[in-house]
Every structure is written in C-alpha cells, then in structure tokens.
Design a protein around this ligand. Structure first.
Ligand code: ADP
Ligand code: MG
Length: 374
C-alpha cells in the first residue's frame, strides 16, 4: 500500500501542507525540533487514531488553533481510500473514510497500515511489560481492527472494576457488582487472548527468521506470549479460557480486595523475548537489543505482507543513522519493496539512500524547517 497524498492543517508545529510522497523511499531531513517526527506522527495517527507519543489528542493541535485536520489518500491494489480526521481541542473527534463518517475507530483503523521504528523502541526489549503490550496491541489492531473494540471494552470494564476495588471501603454496596464486572472482564479477555496468541505465534516465526538473518545465523531469537498463570496454553478455545480466567480471579479476589487493584487478567500479559535461550530483558547487550527490536519491526512488516499481500508503510524515525553499517545495509536491502518514510538530521544519509535506490527513480526528499516542508 502507498500513501499518494497527505494534507495537514494546524497539526503540531506544521504549516498547512499538501505532500505527494514517492511510492518508494521518502527522506525527511532537517535540524532538530523542526517537525520531522510530527510528520511521521500524522501518518501513524491516520492508521490507528492515536499517537505514539501524545497522551491526549489535544497536544496534536497547533497551539492557539481550535482544531487540526489530517487527511491521506491510501492506495492499495484493490482501491484508493481517503482517510480524514478532524481533531478539535474540545469536543469530539470525527473520522471519515471517503467522506463517510466512521462510527467507531475500528471502522477506519488499519486501512492505512504502518510499522514504526523510533528511538524509544529500543526500550521495548529491556523496559516494562506495558511497552511490549502496547507494541502487540497496536500491531494486532491494524491487522484485525475488531480487536480494538475488544480492547476498549476491556479497558472500560477494567477502569470500572478498579474504581470498585478502590472505593468499596466507603461504599460497601459496590461489592455486590464486583463478581459481575469480573465475569464480564473474563468474557472479553477470553476473546482478546486468542488474538494475541495467534499474532505472537506468527510474529515469533517471522522475527526468528529476521534475527537469524541480521546476526548471520549467530543468534536465535524466540518469542513467547505469556498470559494469566492458570492458562497453560493460550491457544485453548474461548469457553475454556473463560473458565481458567475465572479460576484465576477467584483465587486472587482476596488479594485484589486487599491491594485495591485489579490483579487478574490479560492487562498484565507480556511477550517473553529470549536470545540464545536467555531472557533478553535481563541479558541482552545493546547490540543484541537493537537487532531484536529491528527483527520485531521487520517481522511485523512481513507478517502484514503475508496476511494481506501488501507491504505496510514503514516509518523510520531517526533510527537508520543510529544503526551500524551492517544493520543499515540489511534494512536497506529489505525495504526495497513498499513505501518508506525516513527522518534524519544527516544530509549524508540522503546521498547514500539516493545511491541505494538509484535506478528505481523512486525517492522523495523533503526538507523540514520551522514547520514548513520543502
Ligand atoms: N501542538 C503543537 N503546537 C505547536 N508546536 C508544537 C506542538 N507540538 C509540538 N510542537 C513543536 O514541534 C517541534 C518538534 O517537532 P518534532 O517533529 O518533534 O521535531 P524533529 O524535527 O526534531 O523531529 C517542537 O519545536 C515543538 O515545540
Ligand atoms: Mg524527531
């Protein structure tokens, strides 16, 4: 798939812009704090309707403006669709696909699929489980948008149950509904887990292949999806998952009441990453960490290709110049097919990329300065 045009109004520090990207590699270069990442962020936003770095949508609206507008034409082999979003500082966001309003996020998510690799991703291996869950959730939501609806349903129940666990001392009658909320959470969780299980199994295969190739067969990467401890195999049918989730809840209910927090459910899931049999979180070197993250991202891209027959767009924010020569070459060879957006502060990288993509004639170069794109 390719983005054939991108229009932005009042988005972050960017002036209103209409961009026609190349179907191949697009290099976005400029000094620091000029708006390069903002440009990638807008594309990412059009894929999942959440930012990878803002906690509130209002941060995305240019300071002093009342609303931002984002719009992209996305062309796949089958058709071309225009995804647009209006983001007001206050009030409801509206999303349209070909001018038809999308009632739910899930109706428009994943039309534009993108794989993002940014410097913060280097914490994916060594950081908290929540980072790996976020990676999985974003990746799964683009592929299977209904998953997004399950996640938001789960999130609502989770917040409600947490409120019960926090407030029942003052209002004991709240406890009457605790089991009911827990049962509903178990039920949604029993639908979430199979998505994660299926995705992780496919990702594990693809990531192992990428990692072996980048490390020239020196290292073995393995990924294991870890969920609630009473579930021995996440691949079980949902009714059985429900029973096991409920069992876990029952045995943790006293602890939940004592701690005032929700201890049972897939909101604590993790993705265990090992390199040569050792947990990467504890033992991976910096180089291994980089290779592992790169493997995960390229695997996500391959997986989308396997599932849909099209490559997603690839967003590389400031990371290519950070990689050593060997890994850079591996990436550049691999991204020959598909549309890519790369930001960099180094003009040299543009020249090298121009050389790498020579002959294809498919390179766009954009200079970002003070929020303007040239
Ligand atoms: N909502 C906003 N309104 C105006 N400016 C913003 C907004 N959000 C971020 N910026 C500005 O955008 C700039 C950072 O852009 P960014 O894309 O991260 O830079 P870089 O080119 O280094 O990737 C900063 O100067 C920041 O102040
Ligand atoms: Mg940046």
């Amino acid at each position: 798939m390719i983005v054939t045009s991108l229009s932005l109004e009042q988005f972050r520090n960017l002036d209103s812009l209409h961009l026609t990207p190349s179907p191949g590699v697009n290099v976005i270069y400029g000094e620091n704090a000029q708006g390069k990442t903002n440009l990638l962020e807008s594309l990412y936003y059009l894929s999942l309707f959440s930012s990878f770095r803002a906690s509130h949508d209002r941060e995305l609206v240019r300071l002093g403006a009342e609303s931002a507008l984002l719009s992209a034409s996305v062309q796949t082999e089958e058709r071309e669709r225009v995804i647009s979003v209006c983001l007001p500082v206050s009030g409801r966001r509206s999303i349209t696909v070909n001018r038809v309003r999308a009632a739910r996020k899930a109706d428009a998510a994943g039309i534009l699929k993108c794989v993002l690799f940014c410097p913060e991703d280097l914490t994916l291996i060594r950081g908290a489980a929540s980072l790996r869950r976020r990676f999985l959730d974003d990746a799964i939501s683009q592929l299977w948008p209904n998953y997004l609806s399950l996640l938001s349903e789960y999130q609502k129940l989770y917040q409600h149950k947490t409120r019960i666990l926090k407030d029942y001392h003052e209002a004991p009658s709240l406890l009457d509904t605790l089991d009911d909320f827990s049962a509903r959470m178990c039920s949604v969780a029993a639908s979430i887990i199979p998505y994660r299980e299926r995705f992780c199994a496919m990702l594990a295969k693809a990531a192992a292949a990428e990692h072996a190739a980048i490390s020239s067969g020196q290292e073995t990467l393995s990924l294991t999806y870890e969920t609630v401890s009473t579930i021995p195999q996440p691949g079980l049918p949902p009714p059985r998952l429900y029973e096991l989730l409920w069992q876990h809840y029952v045995s943790h209910k006293a602890a939940e009441l004592a701690s005032g927090s929700c201890l049972s459910g897939p909101h604590k899931d993790d993705l265990l990453v090992t390199i040569n049999g050792l947990p990467a979180k504890l033992y991976a070197s910096q180089g291994q960490t980089r290779t592992a993250v790169l493997s995960l991202k390229l695997a996500q891209r391959e997986l989308y290709f396997q599932q849909t027959g099209e490559y997603p767009i690839l967003l590389f924010d400031d990371v290519l110049s950070e990689l050593d020569r060997g890994r850079q070459e591996y990436v550049l060879r691999g991204i020959g097919r598909g549309q890519v957006f790369i930001t960099t502060c180094e003009p040299d990288l543009c020249r090298e990329l121009a050389w790498e993509t020579e002959g294809s004639g498919q390179m766009g170069v954009f200079h970002v300065k003070h929020g303007s794109v040239f």
